[in-house]
Design a protein around this ligand. Structure first.
Ligand code: PCA
Length: 189
């Protein structure tokens, strides 16, 4: 049986003409990291479709590790997120024109859920290789956090024994550096 990992990025949104997370996910598609065959996919920046698409890919591919990535345009370092919040709350419309403010994502789920990725060890490994990296306990309340929460809620509800998490990328890091960070995040136990 092929052991798999899933890496996702997002389409461009808002003022951002490109989204490095999409380029990253597609560049990793078909590669191997930590013995896992990587599927790289791109999600729409839409509250209404992104979560179900992601969960469909997880059910089809049965990955052992899932890392969703997105752009944090004001960030200077890679941010490894450790908590997903059960709230959509942003004044900015998604790519379908939808605005969600103070809207709970899943009525019956907890207010927040932790990543199951070994966040601290991934950060240590990245720093040791000179990659600019920070820990983060706030993935925002826009579509990235939405997808992150849907991911962690699926891990909880379906009792998936997998490492799953979210990584925010700064706007101007070379692709090679982002790729190295993802290879670390996919292979660190
Ligand atoms: N960044 C946005 C959504 C898509 C993306 O790449 C966010 O941080 O929510």
């Amino acid at each position: 049986m092929i052991r798999r990992a899933l890496v996702t990025g997002f389409e461009p949104f808002g003022e951002n003409a490109a989204n490095p997370s999409a380029e990253l996910a597609l560049s990793l598609d078909g590669e191997t990291a930590g013995g896992l065959h990587i599927a790289g996919r791109v999600l729409p920046v839409e509250y209404g479709t992104s979560g179900d698409l992601l969960l469909g890919w997880i059910r089809d591919l049965r990955p052992e590790r899932v890392i969703c990535c997105g752009l944090a345009s004001a960030s200077r370092a890679i941010r490894v997120e450790s908590i997903a919040f059960n709230l959509d709350d942003s004044p900015f419309p998604d790519n379908a024109g939808v605005v969600r403010e103070n809207a709970r994502i899943c009525a019956t789920a907890p207010d927040s859920l932790p990543a199951t990725l070994p966040v601290e060890r991934v950060i240590t490994e990245c720093s040791e290789r000179g990659i600019p990296v920070d820990s983060s306990i706030d993935a925002g309340r826009y579509v990235c956090n939405h997808v992150f929460f849907r991911l962690m809620n699926e891990v909880l509800e379906a009792r998936l024994p997998i490492a799953a998490g979210f990584i925010h990328l700064p706007p101007d890091l070379p692709l090679a550096v982002m790729r190295e960070a993802l290879h670390i995040a996919l292979s660190t136990e």
